[in-house]
Design a binder for this molecule. Structure first.
Ligand SMILES: Nc1nc2c(c(=O)[nH]1)N[C@H]1C(S)=C(S)[C@@H](COP(=O)(O)OP(=O)(O)OC[C@H]3O[C@@H](n4cnc5c(=O)[nH]c(N)nc54)[C@H](O)[C@@H]3O)O[C@H]1N2
Ligand SMILES: Nc1nc2c(c(=O)[nH]1)N[C@H]1C(S)=C(S)[C@@H](COP(=O)(O)OP(=O)(O)OC[C@H]3O[C@@H](n4cnc5c(=O)[nH]c(N)nc54)[C@H](O)[C@@H]3O)O[C@H]1N2
Ligand SMILES: [Mo]
Length: 787
């Protein structure tokens, strides 16, 4: 029996609405299985035939063999396609069939022929559904009509769109204060829908716009804004293709941005250096079969995707980067070309202080904090010094730490030293997550918007936006507990599984007066409901969106600031689905019957939304015309032109002290929570993680062999994992299996969202408010209560 994912020890025994009861998990939240688990090192290249076979299985499961393959050919097509709803990696103009295994899985997941209809809901109570695995919930297929929760029968029953909107309107108007509502966004929402959503929230009177970005790249946005006055990376694919050195920190490229493999392989092929920094040597950091090269697949031709791998300590990236800066300053004493004097003098502020800070940081500290040897760090610095053009890229391995903002600013410091910004082949390049998470922010999904944006919005849209800072994800959950957040609207996503501290988040949601989820598929968040609850099904990105004004397209922004049109083509999963803009407009009209905003007109023709966006958003002038060009347009970015709009007018060196990332206590491990190869955030496709050689198990902890031996653990032993939060509270899971893996001593890894129960509500960064999803402090012991 497990101690439970869902309960803190102090609360054992209390039933938790909507969460799986003890014992219902069968190795994780994936498909229920009786098959035994296995683990052996993966020795094949990333992508290639393993990927092709995995795609075949997914297509078959969704009952889509032929349609699935057709759909690959219009995905990411520059003229008549739709944007892949998977990751935010940009489309490559040089590639005619720019697809990947995980993109295909993602699309077919949306296109499934299975349906969740009113008969399904009539047959299953919410209490019963709560016992299903998360996989089984989503695997029922697409939602088909609006549903409302009825406590008397503990079931969701059909409701008309009109009545659903009216219910939301009544509840929102009944609140004492608009700040008692929170409007969450998951990063798939289109630019047009994002703009309408934030307009609705602000016209209604709140900046409570928590989003999934609060959990992935908040730190990146804050760091880049402070250093360069831009919230985004400045490098794009052209720069990736032109650089001599690429540093990839904390990214699992083969699983989470598979199309990046193409760029990595091309870089190695042309003689560039590709250095991966990661406690794990991920599959994308060795070699690949280039995902779209069908000929290479047939010939099993592999290409290297790395020239060096540095297995840094968790949270040790900042020490590595500072060590590299130290070597650069050393070199500059004898070699005038080691740093870019002209650029530094003209465009930066704080160099002398930064040099003094770096010089005063000793090698002992750098070595200890990075977990690397001095010679490793010198080798990385040598690669940097030998490169004329350098791109540094990162993802969650850097951002989801306490000192994420400082670490990312340190990356910028290092780039500045050699003028690696605002010229071809150079720059910072965060790998964004959801396909439109970056566009969401651009279009105003921001709980702390700037005055310039609000002033423009008010002027153009004739509203009076609130000025008080809104709530982000972790503070929304805190608000639900404090009774200050009473209505939760989730525009996509799976809040209860994505957020940290599953129990606390679930309790928060169940305290709400009303929870509303706009979704394509059934998920756990629908079962963890408020007093009243609605499930509102929407069109997916692949589906035809017809309004009064004809077929509508939406736009998205990729990780490199390119905005493109996306037009769905498939017949909608059900005739009762509404588009996201139509749902937002419906909520807005029901909540604000006298609103002067032309909500109905916007829905009729999305060009009207774009016309207004063109007047509010910098760089969107001529939006309707620009977005219709093949490959759309790139949003202009002053920092890319070396125009740094910081208070000093220059790029700012940051001067943060090196944090101590080593936990107190010899027996404490730093546990990171990551994705397997077969999942999309909270959506789990299977229990396998092909590139890590793991099969049929998700409740695992990957550990160093010596750390296992110290604890008397053999391969596959059941363990209890106890996490100690910043506030001293403890959370635990048991029945997980310890597996030996190539990770540094003191580091461990397991999967989200199964391990989210261990992340305390207080465990978020003071710098970014991001939950500390990559640095849980845990102890691991042989299981006291094996299953
Ligand atoms: N197929 C697929 N694609 C996805 C997603 C998905 O779930 N499935 N999710 C999307 C989303 S929303 C996002 S945000 C991205 C996430 O993309 P990733 O950031 O790749 O996501 P994770 O799986 O969390 O992997 C984190 C990586 O950082 C490493 N790491 C952990 N700690 C450290 C550290 O301290 N330092 C360094 N240098 N590395 C560290 C881990 O070993 C792992 O390789 O992917 C997007 N793309
Ligand atoms: N421990 C731990 N936790 C994490 C992370 C981690 O690394 N570790 N990563 C964090 C990160 S980076 C992120 S981005 C979050 C992800 O958090 P979310 O974005 O909230 O979660 P997803 O799993 O992407 O959401 C899946 C649901 O979205 C709905 N959906 C799919 N397509 C559409 C659509 O087109 N429209 C609408 N309206 N709904 C749709 C479906 O109903 C599906 O069930 O998780 C965070 N949580
Ligand atoms: Mo993300």
């Amino acid at each position: 029996m497990t101690m439970s994912e869902h309960r803190r020890p102090s609360e054992a025994g209390e039933p938790q609405t909507g969460l799986m009861p003890d014992g219902a998990r069968q190795g994780g939240y994936g498909p229920a299985t009786e098959k035994s688990w296995s683990s052996s090192p993966y020795r094949h290249p990333a992508a290639g035939w393993g990927a092709a076979m995995s795609v075949g299985k997914v297509l078959a499961r969704q009952r889509l063999p032929i349609v699935g393959t057709e759909s690959m050919f219009t995905m990411n097509h520059p003229v008549r396609g739709y944007d892949c709803p998977g990751c935010a990696w940009p489309d490559d103009p040089g590639v005619t069939l720019d697809i990947c295994e995980n993109g295909i899985k993602h699309v077919t997941w949306e296109m499934t022929r299975k349906r969740v209809d009113r008969e399904f809901f009539a047959a299953h109570s919410v209490t019963e559904l709560a016992e299903w695995t998360d996989f089984d919930l989503e695997d029922q297929g697409r939602l088909t009509e609006p549903m409302v929760y009825r406590a008397a029968t503990d079931r969701y029953v059909p409701i008309s769109w009109h009545d659903a909107f009216a219910l939301i309107g009544v509840e929102l108007r009944a609140l004492d204060n608009p700040d008692e509502a929170a409007f969450y966004t998951s990063g798939r929402l289109s630019n047009e829908a994002s703009f309408l959503y934030q307009l609705m929230a602000r016209e209604y009177g709140t900046n409570n716009l928590p989003d999934c970005s609060n959990m992935c790249h908040e730190a990146s946005g804050r760091a880049l804004t402070a250093s360069l006055a831009t919230g985004k990376g400045t490098a794009d694919l052209e720069d990736w293709d032109a650089c001599d050195a690429l540093f990839i920190l904390g990214v699992n490229a083969a699983s989470n941005a598979p199309r990046m493999l193409t760029s990595l392989a091309a870089a190695v092929d042309r003689g560039a250096q590709v250095v991966h920094v990661n406690p794990l040597v991920e599959a994308g950091a060795t070699r690949t079969i280039v995902p779209h090269e069908i000929v290479d697949m047939a010939r099993f031709k592999t290409t290297e995707t790395s020239t060096d791998n540095l297995q840094v300590r968790p949270g040790g990236d900042m020490a590595l980067i500072r060590g590299m800066a130290k070597v650069v300053f050393e070199a500059a004493e004898t070699d005038p070309t080691a740093i870019d004097h002209e650029f530094l003098a003209e465009h930066t502020d704080g160099l002398d202080d930064y040099r003094a800070l770096v010089q005063s940081t000793g090698w002992d500290e750098l070595v200890e904090q990075s977990g690397l040897s001095e010679s490793d760090i010198r080798r990385a610095a040598g690669t940097y010094l030998a490169s004329e053009r350098t791109v540094i890229s990162w993802c969650l391995g850097v951002s989801q730490h306490e000192h994420g903002v400082d670490a990312i600013r340190e990356i910028v410091n290092l780039l500045l030293l050699r003028g690696n910004i605002g010229r071809l082949g150079a720059g910072p390049s965060p790998v964004r997550g959801h396909s439109n998470v970056q566009g969401n922010r651009t279009c105003g999904i921001d709980h702390k918007p700037g005055e310039a944006f609000l002033a423009r919005l008010d002027e153009v849209c004739g509203i009076e936006s609130p000025r008080a800072r809104g709530l982000d994800t972790v503070h929304t959950v805190a608000g639900m507990h404090a009774g200050t957040v009473k209505v939760f609207v989730g525009m996509g996503g799976n809040f209860v599984r994505a957020a940290p501290d599953t129990v606390t988040t679930a309790e928060g949601l169940s305290r709400c007066n009303l929870t509303v989820h706009v979704s394509t598929k059934l998920n756990r968040s629908h079962l963890v409901h408020g007093d009243q609850a609605l499930i509102l099904p929407c069109l997916g990105r692949t589906e035809l969106d017809e309004q009064g004004g004809g077929v509508q397209g939406i736009s998205t922004e990729d990780a490199m600031s390119s905005v493109q049109l996306s037009v769905g083509q498939r017949r909608p999963a059900s005739p009762h689905l509404l588009s996201e803009p139509a749902i937002i407009a419906g909520i807005a009209r029901a909540t604000m019957p006298d609103s002067p905003t032309d909500w109905e007109g916007y829905v009729d023709h999305y060009d009207r939304i774009r016309d207004v966006m063109a007047r509010v958003l910098p760089g969107f002038e001529g939006f309707n015309e620009l977005v219709r060009r093949p490959y759309g347009f790139r949003i202009p970015q002053p920092a890319r032109e070396r125009d740094f709009r910081t208070p000093s007018g220059k790029a700012e060196f940051s001067l943060a002290g090196l944090p101590d990332v080593i936990p107190d206590g010899d027996d404490v491990l730093v546990l990171q929570t990551m994705r397997s190869h077969d999942q999309w955030n909270t959506t789990i496709y299977s229990n396998d993680d092909r590139y890590r050689g793991v099969k049929n198990i998700r409740e695992l902890i990957l550990m160093n062999a010596k750390d296992m031996r110290d604890r008397g653990l053999a391969e596959g032993d059941l363990v209890d994992i106890v996490a100690t939060s910043k506030d001293g509270s403890q959370r635990s899971v048991s029945g997980f299996r310890a597996l030996e893996y190539n990770v540094p001593r003191g580091a461990a890894a397991g999967y989200m969202p199964e391990l989210n129960v261990l992340i305390g509500a207080a465990d978020f960064s003071e710098q970014s408010d991001q939950p500390l999803m990559k640095s849980l402090r845990v102890t691991v012991t042989p299981s006291a209560s094996p299953r």
